[in-house]
Ligand binder design. Structure first.
Ligand code: FE
Length: 338
């Protein structure tokens, strides 16, 4: 009797597995054409169809929350550890334990309990006017907050997640008090009130408005491969990876990130897709056009990144960026960072 109950259960499990559609539903806040090619290759390789829903990170999180247990979403893809943290806080992610992912992705670029995984990385670096900055190789984020830099720094507003995450990393490394002193120093040293995006800060350096700007590295890469006007601007400035001294912690790193959802209807397919994203070929696709760095250390860097050269990256676990986000916002507010 027991045996037959078991075998009926086994048959039922088998049947439900067979009737499950071979698909995976991705809610993505990343919009790149190369991502599309990646999806079709995955389907070709596995027979699993990829359905894509695009939106902003916060929109997608809200949508998944309101869809609740009936949400068709299997994977959430977004950029910045500070943003995936909001999904984590909303309780919509689920841990996965994949040897392949743990093997291919450095521990600092994934959630300690497998709630999300970095799929590519970006550096919040410094772009300088090489004529006005001595010894750029020794430059640190901390330097930009000192007296020497009065009126010479450009950076976008504090409501930007990239700056919040940089702030969060400084809290993690230097403590709350030093972080607040840093934010105040940066505000004092601003050449102008925060305005525009990262590319506007690079343009301001090139135009002589400021001598240094804190920006994500790929914006400079994008300009270097852009039209002639952008190329000229980009060539007149220099990218510096900060905090590179022997004792330095390295440049601040952030991630494009993916996590499997708690109510994912196609969990196994989702895990397969996550693993697929981190193989060497996928990693090149993911980073060839948007100039991010692969997380898989065996994957090649695109030529622009090779041109930027090797650098030391901060190895702090990026989960600190979300955890310290509320404190980062409070500090920037108190410092008067617009
Ligand atoms: Fe960006």
């Amino acid at each position: 009797m027991k045996f037959s109950t078991l075998s009926i259960a086994a048959v039922l499990v088998f049947l439900s597995a067979c009737s499950q559609p071979k698909e995976v539903n991705i809610y993505s806040a990343r919009h790149y054409e190369t991502d599309q090619a990646l999806y079709s290759d995955f389907t070709e390789e596995t027979g699993i169809k990829v359905n894509l829903i695009e939106g902003s990170s916060d929109e997608l999180i809200e949508r998944i929350k309101s869809e609740g247990v009936n949400s068709p979403a299997d994977i959430l893809v977004t950029v910045d550890a500070g943003r995936i943290w909001r999904a984590e806080e909303a309780g919509i992610l689920s841990s996965i334990d994949s040897e392949i992912l743990n093997d291919r992705i450095p521990a600092s670029l994934r959630h300690p309990n497998g709630l999300w995984y970095g799929i590519s990385k970006r550096v919040r670096a410094i772009v300088i006017n090489p004529e006005n900055v001595e010894d750029p190789e020794s430059l640190t984020y901390e330097d930009l907050a000192t007296e020497d830099w009065k009126g010479r720094v450009c950076i976008r507003s504090s409501n930007n997640i990239y700056n919040q995450s940089l702030m969060a990393s400084i809290i993690e490394s230097n403590g709350v008090e030093a972080a607040e002193a840093w934010a105040t120093g940066i505000v004092n040293n601003m050449a102008r009130d925060p305005q525009g995006g990262d590319r506007d800060q690079i343009r301001a350096v090139a135009a002589g408005v400021c001598d240094a700007a804190i920006v994500n590295h790929y914006y400079l890469a994008m300009m270097l491969t852009g039209d002639e006007e952008n190329r000229e601007i980009a060539k007149s400035v220099q990218l510096v990876f900060p905090n590179q001294s022997e004792a330095g912690r390295g440049a601040h790193v952030n991630i494009s990130v993916a996590g499997v959802l708690k109510d994912a209807p196609n969990r196994e397919n989702a895990i397969k897709f996550m693993e697929y994203l981190t193989n060497e070929t996928s990693q090149s696709y993911l980073t060839v056009d948007n100039n991010e760095y692969p997380v898989n250390e065996d994957a090649a860097w695109n030529p622009i990144l090779q041109g930027f050269g090797e650098f030391k990256a901060d190895e702090m676990n990026v989960s600190a960026l979300g955890r310290n986000n509320p404190e980062a916002i409070r500090i920037m507010d108190r410092a008067g960072w617009k």
